[in-house]
Design a protein around this ligand. Sequence first.
Ligand code: ADP
Length: 553
Amino acid sequence: MQGLMQRTPLLLSSLITHAARNHAGREIVGRSVEGPVVRTNWGEVEGRAKRLANALARLGVREGERVATLAWNTQRHLELYFGAIGSGVVLHTINPRLFQAQIEYMLEHAEDQYIFFDLSFAALVSALAPRIKGVRGYIALTDRAHMPAIDLPNLLCYEELLAAESAQFSWPDLDENAASILCYTSGTTGNPKGVLYSHRALLLHSFCAAAADGLGLSCMDSVLTVVPLFHANAWGLPFAAAMCGAKLVFPGAELDGGSLFALTRDEACNVVAGVPTVWFGFFDYIDRNRDKLDLGVFHLDRALVGGSAAPRSLIARFDRDFGAFLLHAWGMTETSPIATIGRLLPKHAGLDREARYDIQAKQGRPVYGVEVRIVDDAGQELPRDGVAVGHLVVRGPWVTAGYFRGEGGVVVDAENWFDTGDVATIDSDGYVTLTDRAKDIIKSGGEWISSIALENAAIGHADVLEAAVIGIPHPKWVERPLLLIRCKEGKVVTRQDMRDFLADKVARWWLPDDVIIVEDLPHTATGKLSKATLRKLYANHQIAPESAPAAAP
Ligand code: ADP
């Protein structure tokens, strides 16, 4: 027997309709690429998104065709989210930090019809244009006065395009399984692969992201969205915020600690979201200007942090400086991205700070909708005892079923489990603790050493800004850990200091055989430590003779 309820399709356009009708005046604030902070609201975003939908139709972009963005987090990029997607056009958000060759590959592979770009990327677009055949035009995300002086065929001005159109548009009744956003994974091995989100997947994901045990969003919140709109849909924040009528605050191209500090303060942001590196810069700015800054005027309550492991020291900093709770989340482009989130359980009430930080340092528990488990090499499920370490596999309505155009072949097993490429433990409460990317694991004397756990321990040192651990070949133990650290400005940490510091924090046989102080550490286009680069750089590194030999596990 069928139920008798309405079969309203789960479309992302319903979010902007809701936000504009019920939270029209709630602000969207962003630093523009031209410089000034620009203020708009959900009502205006809807009007401009509809103008954009009309413009896309006039340009001849049809349902299901792709348009690309090379853009920062700004209100215009948000308009593209709703205007393109709402009208059935697929928005291909490109990470501009990728290599030019990868961007070229993605533009060709996606068959993008138009490229919308911020002024910061004018030179990049000029370099790409002669090499990309299928693109019909380029749209600079600016007004006439700021148009870049570049010579491109079919170069259009975004503000002129919108001004010429009506703000009346009826969002089409699409199939809820129709594609909405195309986002390529960064492709550290081989070509980037496209994850093609459906309306349904992202709408369901918004419910879970906004829910009380997710980000706990409401119209009272002001959300600093540092995580880029080109990185896994900014963790779904634009959609979840529209669902609740929350205020969105965008940093544009200014991602340094000082700019983020000012924006968080000035826009009374109580929720902030970004990868750990962003917050290292934020707190470094606070440390360097402590006597000039007043932290008492902040409203910060929650920091959503993921993308790489949030170290315990960062959790403590948010708590100590702002009384804010770091919500540690794990996910990937392939999971839309939120899969687990680090909320506490009733039994944790009354825990002292240190014990609470230990729980927050885990990657969290699965949100409703995503199932997770760990398996051994043969695919057998391993116990949820917090000890067994295995391959983390996931499934659910916002987990990918396969990559765009079938790249990578079949990526789920017969029961839809998707292998994340991560290695983890799951404890009896369901908290997932990531120990490594499978390819970054350090295999030493037949046992595994977690590079993430070692990095987290190292970064707990007051003078360390960032730490990376890689495995280097060893004649006896197969591999041994090498620790690279970047010290805070004006601070010096020696190898011996570091080994002494770590001695009571990790097992003796985990102690890095060598510690190297570096000026800078390489990062990937999504802000993660680039272990592949480090492995290449230190492939022939000789362990210093005075370093203690590793004890057998
Ligand atoms: P990329 O394109 O850089 O791979 P993703 O966001 O898809 O971008 O990367 C997903 C990966 O990031 C995960 O598989 C995991 O290895 C890592 N990751 C994400 N969140 C966390 C976290 N909270 N702790 C540790 N690693 C994380």
